[in-house]
Design a protein around this ligand. Sequence first.
Ligand code: PMP
Length: 335
Amino acid sequence: MVHQNVLQLIGNTPIVKAQHLDTGVCELYLKLECMNPGGSIKDRIGLKMIEAAEARGDIRPGATLVEGTAGNTGIGLALVAQQKGYRLLLVVPDKMSREKIFNLRAMGAEVVLTRSDVAKGHPQYYQDMAERIAAETPGAYFINQFGNPDNPAAHEQGTGPEVWEQMGGDMDAIVFGCGSSGTMTGISRFFAKTAPHVELVLADPVGSILAQYINEGVLSTKSGSWLVEGIGEDFLPGISDFSRVKKAYAISDRESFHAGRELLMKEGVLGGSSTGTLLAAALKYCREQTTPKKVVVFVPDTGNKYLSKMYNDYWMLDQGFLERPHHGDLRDLIL
Ligand code: PMP
C-alpha cells in the first residue's frame, strides 16, 4: 500500500512476541511505538494535538507553536509542523540526548535548552519557560501536552483500540510509563470501557514520585533525579488519571539500561531508555505471576536516539553502570 504522506505512517505500529526473555509463566508482547516515523509514541499526539487545534480554529498554517518537551513530543510536533507549515519553538531540558536535539534542529524546529535540575515552579523549568515564551510571543499557541485533553484522546482513540484488536481481545495486563501521562490516561479510559479486567501497570524511574503515589497513596513533594528520558515526574500532570492503576514498579537507571540492552541482544529490538524501564517492570510483573497471563509492554521510542548513551560502553562505564575489568580491556567488560 502506498501512503500519500509521512503523517499517514503514524500509528498502526506492530506487536511482536518476546521469544527469548525470561517471562516466567507469562507471555510478553512488545508494542513497537519505535516504528512511528519520528521514532516514538509521541508522533501520535503531535498529530492529534495539532489537528484538533486546527479543527477548533485555534491555529492556522503559518502560526507559531510553542511547547516544552523531553524531545519526543518535539519530534512528533516537528514532523507535523513541517508538513503542515507551522513555525515550531521548543524548550528542552539539557539532559536530553544530543541525537534528539540534532533531530529537532534538522527538522527545522527552534530549540531553546534549559536546566534539567529544577522542578515545576522554577522560572527555568522547561514547561514554565515554554508557557512564558508562548505568552510573550504575539500570536503563539501553547501546545501544553501536560494539560491538553487531545493528548490522552490520541491514545484512547488510537493506541488502546489498536492493542486490543492486535491481541484479538485476549490480554491480561499492559505496562506503560508516565511522562505527560497521556499514554496512561488514554489507555486507562479505553480499557475501562472495553475490558476493565485488564490490569494497568506503571513503570517508573527511581527518583520519580509516581510509583510511591500508586503503591502507598503518598504524594511526595521531593523528587530525585534520574537519567532515563521521557518518563517519571515531580508532579501530577493536569490531564492525569491514575485511578485505575493499582500496581507500580520503581526501576533504577542501572536496571533500565541493562534491560534495554538485554532486549536488543535477546529479541533484536532497539528500544530507548524508557523501554528499559518498562521492560524491567514488565519482567518483574511476569515473574511474580503464578498463573499464565498475556502481558503487553510498550517500546515507546527507538534506541537510535541513545547510541551515545545507554548503548555506548564508555558512557555506561563513566556513569558506573558497567565495571571495568582489572586489566582494562573494554572488550571484556563485565555486565
Ligand atoms: N517514553 C518516552 C521515551 C517518552 O518520550 C515519553 C513521553 N515523554 C513517554 C515514554 C511517556 O509517555 P506519556 O507522555 O504519554 O506519559
